[in-house]
Write a protein that binds this ligand. Structure first.
Ligand code: G1P
Ligand code: ZN
Length: 543
C-alpha cells in the first residue's frame, strides 16, 4: 500500500462552531474538504503517529464514506490503532465512553447532531480529546488556523476496510479494531442505575415509549430498555437508524417529536415518553399529559440523583449553560453545593467535570449529562428519570408538581428565528451591545431592567476566557431573557431568544407558560426590536 501526499490549498470557512464543523453534506463532499479538515485536526493535536483513536458517527448520509477516508488518512499519518464502531456507528456518548474506557488519545465523531441528514442536508465532524470531551476552544482555534495554511495531506491508497465484522484488521501498519457500538455503553448504564428497580417498575405495569427518531439510539434503546429492562418490544419506536432519519429532523423537542407528544397527550397514554436526537446526546422527557422542560429536567435530576447508585454519594456541583433556566441553581443552593454558569456548548463543562467540581450538567437545548462521560447523554437522562420514578414511586406529573412546590416553578421558553440574513442578525446583536449600558432602569411592558450584559466566562479551572457569549437581560422580580446567535446553523443566522420567569406561588404553577412569559417576550421585543431587524413577526420554532 502506498502513502500518497496530496497537494491541496486552504479552504475557507472550516471554523468549528458550538459543536465541531457543520456544513451542508455536499460541501463536505467537495474535493479535499473532508481531507483538509481531517489533516488539520491531526496536525493541530501534534500528529497522530503511534496514537490510538476512536471513530464513529450517527450513521447519516456520507458517514460510511467519510469514515473510510479518515481511516486511510489516520493510517497514512502513522496512527497505531483506530477503534471503530461496527458499521462506523457510535452514538456521541458511546464514543466519549469508548475513548475514556480504552484510554485512547482522542476520537473523531461524525455527526451534525439534530440537524437533518441526506445529500442535501447537513453533515458534521468533531474531535474529542483523551478525556472523551469535545475539543476546547483553544484547540478548535488551532484546528481552524491549520485549515488556513494547509498545503498537503497524507492518505493511504487502499480498498475500503470491512467495518461490518467485529474484530481486528490491518490498514497498512495501523490496526483497525471494529467493536460492538452498544455493549460497553449499556454496561456503563447498568453500573450507574438500579436496573432491578427499573425492571420491577416496568414489570409492575409502568408503560414507556422511546422514540429513536430513526437515528443512532435505536439499537442502544432496544438493548437497554427492551432486552435488559424488560420493556415491551413496541415501546421503542422508529428504532431503525436511517441515513436521512426518515426525512425528519432528529431533534427531540415538542415540534419535531410531535408524534410522541400526541401519543403522550392522547387517550391511554403511556406513563413515560422520551426521545433522543441524531447522535444520541439529547433527550426530551414527557409524562402522561405533561411535558418536562429541559431546564426543569436538569433541576429534578439534580435534586434526586442520589437515589441512583452511581450518584449515591451526592453531587460535587451542578453546571448549566448560561441560557438554561436558573431552576437548577435553586437545587444547588438547597444542597449546599456550587452552581456553575458556562457558555453554550458542552465543551465548557469538560474542565469542571475533569476537576471533579461538577457532577451533573445541563443545557436548555435538551441536553443533560454527568461525569460518567464528557458529552451530554440522552439515554442516561432517560434512565436516571426511570430510576428516580422507581425509587420515589411517583409519576412524572406528580414529581414535577412536588418539585415546583418545593422550589417554585421557573417558566421557560426558547424562541428561534431561523435562517435570518446574517447581517441583520449581527446588526441586532451589535445594537444591543451598544445599548447595554443604558438599559438598567428602563421599563418595558411592565418590567424594569435590573441589569444587562454580554456574558463573559472565566473558566475557574484553567483560567481561559470566553467573551461575547450572549446578551443577558435581568428584570426586577426575577424574570430574565437571553439573546444569542446560534453557532451550529448551516444557513444564514439563527437568533435564539430565551425567556424565563420564576413563580413561587403554587396557585400559579398550572399557568400556561406562554402566558406567564408574555410580558417578558414583550419587553424583549421592545428592547431588541426583533421584528424590525429580522422581518419576522413570530419565531420559527418555539420550545
Ligand atoms: C445548540 C444548542 C447548544 C448545544 C449545541 C450542540 O447550539 O443551543 O446548547 O450545545 O446546539 O448540541 P447553538 O446552535 O445554539 O450554538
Ligand atoms: Zn446531538
Amino acid at each position: 500500500m502506498t502513502t500518497l501526499t496530496i497537494q491541496t490549498a486552504p479552504i475557507a470557512g472550516q471554523k468549528p462552531g458550538t459543536s465541531g464543523l457543520r456544513k451542508k453534506t455536499r460541501v463536505f463532499m467537495q474535493a479535499h474538504y473532508l481531507e483538509n479538515f481531517t489533516q488539520a485536526i491531526f496536525d493541530a493535536i501534534g500528529g497522530v503517529g503511534g496514537k490510538v483513536l476512536v471513530l464513529g458517527g450517527d450513521g447519516r448520509y456520507f458517514n460510511d464514506r467519510a469514515a473510510q477516508v479518515i481511516l486511510r488518512m489516520a493510517a497514512a499519518n502513522g496512527a497505531a490503532r483506530v477503534i471503530v464502531g461496527q458499521g462506523a456507528i457510535l452514538s456521541t456518548p458511546a464514543a466519549s465512553h469508548l475513548i475514556r474506557k480504552r484510554g485512547a488519545d482522542g476520537g473523531i465523531i461524525l455527526s451534525a447532531s439534530h440537524n437533518p441528514g441526506g445529500a442535501d442536508e447537513d453533515f458534521g465532524m468533531k474531535f474529542n480529546g483523551a478525556n472523551g470531551g469535545p475539543a476546547p476552544e483553544s484547540l478548535t482555534d488551532l484546528i481552524f488556523a491549520r485549515t488556513q495554511e494547509l498545503m498537503e495531506y497524507r492518505i493511504l491508497e487502499s480498498q475500503d476496510v470491512e467495518l461490518e465484522r467485529l474484530g481486528e484488521t490491518r490498514l497498512g501498519d495501523m490496526v483497525v479494531e471494529v467493536v460492538d457500538p452498544v455493549a460497553d455503553y449499556a454496561d456503563l448504564m447498568e453500573s450507574l442505575f438500579d436496573f432491578n428497580a427499573i425492571r420491577d417498575l416496568i414489570a409492575g405495569g409502568f408503560r414507556l415509549r422511546f422514540d429513536a427518531m430513526h437515528a443512532v439510539t435505536g439499537p442502544y434503546a432496544r438493548e437497554i430498555l427492551v432486552n435488559r429492562l424488560g420493556a415491551a418490544p413496541d415501546s421503542v419506536v422508529n428504532d431503525r437508524p436511517l441515513p436521512d432519519f426518515g426525512g425528519g429532523h432528529p431533534d427531540p423537542n415538542p415540534v419535531w417529536a410531535k408524534a410522541l407528544m400526541d401519543e403522550m397527550f392522547g387517550q391511554d397514554a403511556p406513563d413515560f415518553g422520551a426521545a433522543s436526537d441524531g447522535d444520541g446526546d439529547r433527550n426530551m422527557i414527557v409524562g402522561r399529559g405533561v411535558y418536562v422542560s429541559p431546564s426543569d429536567s436538569l433541576a429534578v435530576l439534580a435534586a434526586n440523583a442520589h437515589l441512583a447508585p452511581g450518584y449515591a454519594r451526592g453531587l460535587a456541583g451542578i453546571a448549566r449553560s448560561m441560557p438554561t433556566s436558573r431552576a437548577a441553581d435553586r437545587v444547588a443552593e438547597r444542597l449546599g453545593i456550587p452552581a456553575f454558569e458556562t457558555p453554550t456548548g458542552w465543551k465548557f463543562f469538560g474542565n469542571l467535570l475533569d476537576a471533579g467540581r461538577a457532577t451533573i450538567c445541563g443545557e436548555e437545548s435538551f441536553g443533560t449529562g454527568s461525569d460518567h462521560v464528557r458529552e451530554k447523554d440522552g439515554l442516561w437522562a432517560v434512565l436516571l428519570w426511570l430510576n428516580i420514578l422507581a425509587a420515589r414511586g411517583l409519576g412524572v406529573a406528580e414529581l414535577l408538581r412536588e418539585h415546583w412546590s418545593e422550589y417554585g416553578r421557573t417558566f421557560y421558553s426558547r424562541h428561534d428565528y431561523e435562517a435570518v440574513a446574517a447581517d441583520r442578525a449581527n446588526a441586532l446583536i451589535q445594537r444591543l451591545r451598544e445599548t447595554l449600558a443604558d438599559l438598567p432602569g428602563q421599563a418595558h411592558s411592565g418590567l424594569v431592567v435590573e441589569s444587562a450584559d454580554d456574558f463573559a466566562y472565566d473558566d475557574p479551572v484553567d483560567g481561559s476566557q470566553s467573551a461575547r457569549q450572549g446578551i443577558r437581560l435581568n428584570f426586577e422580580g426575577g424574570a430574565r431573557a437571553v439573546l444569542r446567535l446560534s453557532g451550529t446553523g448551516t444557513e444564514g443566522a439563527t437568533l435564539r431568544v430565551y425567556l424565563e420567569r420564576h413563580q413561587p406561588d403554587p396557585a400559579h404553577h398550572g399557568d400556561d407558560p406562554a402566558q406567564a412569559l408574555a410580558p417578558v417576550a414583550a419587553a424583549v421585543e421592545a428592547i431588541a426590536r426583533i421584528r424590525e431587524f429580522t422581518g419576522r413577526d413570530h419565531p420559527d420554532v418555539t420550545t
